[in-house]
Ligand binder design. Structure first.
Ligand code: 8YV
Length: 315
């Protein structure tokens, strides 16, 4: 290994580690807390972090690395990084937007279809031998042609909406300000009015303090008993206790969830529900996209070390 000192935090694929090792002297650690165990001389030599995962990376960890100038996040969401603390220390931060939009939007639609058409139960029906014994799968629900609401019409929200429009769904959305959209899409200035107007609600907000609990009990209840909630953003964006109450009581019909509070140790109440499609935070989890995310992370690192403009800067 040669080249500038880099700490790789998180669990990387071999192809990422090999590519990082080709350019840097890499020290791999599992989590931000593990930085304390590195020898002081090594900590002092480090100029950049390649960061992956969702464990908090804050001021205390940054202060362990006095030469740190850059945190390159693997992921579009950077809510685990204390960006204000980084900014205060002159540390640059980058993320990996856009390359994952298609996959995350695909999973959002897949979860709606799986929930409505009961794909998981249908598969079990075949595998368990229930089909020849019990006949047809109990009827499920139509997905096309319903009214869809997108909370957060950013890059991923827009990709979800474009897909749902092809499913003949009426598109409504809520974001801070109205966006330039195709004719016929309806803007709602608040999330409760959005939830009241639609059948299915897709949460595509950025994570972080500003959006914690944004999909509140009131929003969930406004969706009503035929409503389905799909969340591909962060568990924190939804009042999870309210969501569980609504799923248990039938205040909404169902949900498709890729993200949760306290991942991966999710609330066991979810496991008892048969109206929820549960996924292990795998929105961007294809070989193609994860390779692209690694490449973009490294392109940002290379720009930092070359003293050029970052490719996809956060700060
Ligand atoms: C994760 C994500 O980065 O991009 C994001 O914001 O949540 C994911 O793509 C991925 O799970 C690696 O931690």
């Amino acid at each position: 290994m040669a080249g500038p000192e880099l700490i790789a935090i998180g669990s990387y694929f071999d192809w990422d580690i090999a590519a990082m090792q080709a350019a840097y002297t890499v020290h791999a650690v599992d989590s931000p807390e593990a930085l304390t165990a590195l020898p002081e001389a090594r900590r002092r030599a480090v100029r950049a972090i390649a960061f992956k995962g969702h464990a908090p990376l804050g001021a205390a960890q940054m202060d362990l690395l006095p030469g740190l100038g850059m945190i390159a996040n693997y992921g579009v969401g950077f809510d685990a990084i204390d960006v204000a603390a980084a900014r205060a220390r002159g540390i640059r931060v980058s993320n990996t937007p856009n390359v994952l939009n298609d996959d995350v939007a695909d999973l959002a639609v897949a979860m709606l279809l799986a929930q409505s058409r009961r794909l998981i139960e249908g598969s079990d029906w075949v595998r368990s031998g229930a089909w020849p014994k019990q006949g047809e799968l109990p009827l499920n629900r139509k997905a096309s042609g319903r009214r869809a609401g997108i909370v957060g019409l950013g890059r991923i929200g827009r990709e979800i909406a474009d897909r749902l429009a092809a499913f003949k769904m009426e598109i409504h959305y809520h974001s801070r300000t109205p966006k330039d959209t195709p004719a016929g899409w309806t803007y709602h200035a608040d999330p409760v009015s959005l939830a009241r107007a639609v059948d299915d609600l897709f949460v595509a907000l950025v994570g972080g303090a500003e959006t914690t609990g944004y999909v509140s009990r009131e929003v969930i209840e406004a969706l009503g008993p035929d409503g389905v909630i799909v969340n591909i953003s962060r568990g924190s964006t939804i009042d999870e206790a309210a969501l569980l109450d609504a799923l248990e009581s039938g205040a909404i019909r169902g949900a498709g969830l890729d993200v949760f509070h306290n991942e991966p140790n999710i609330d066991p109440r979810f496991l008892k529900l048969d109206n929820v499609v549960l996924q292990p935070h795998q929105g961007s989890g294809t070989i193609e996209t994860r390779k692209a995310m690694g490449e973009l992370q490294r392109a940002n690192l290379a720009a930092f070390f070359a003293e050029e403009a970052l490719v996809t800067p956060v700060t």
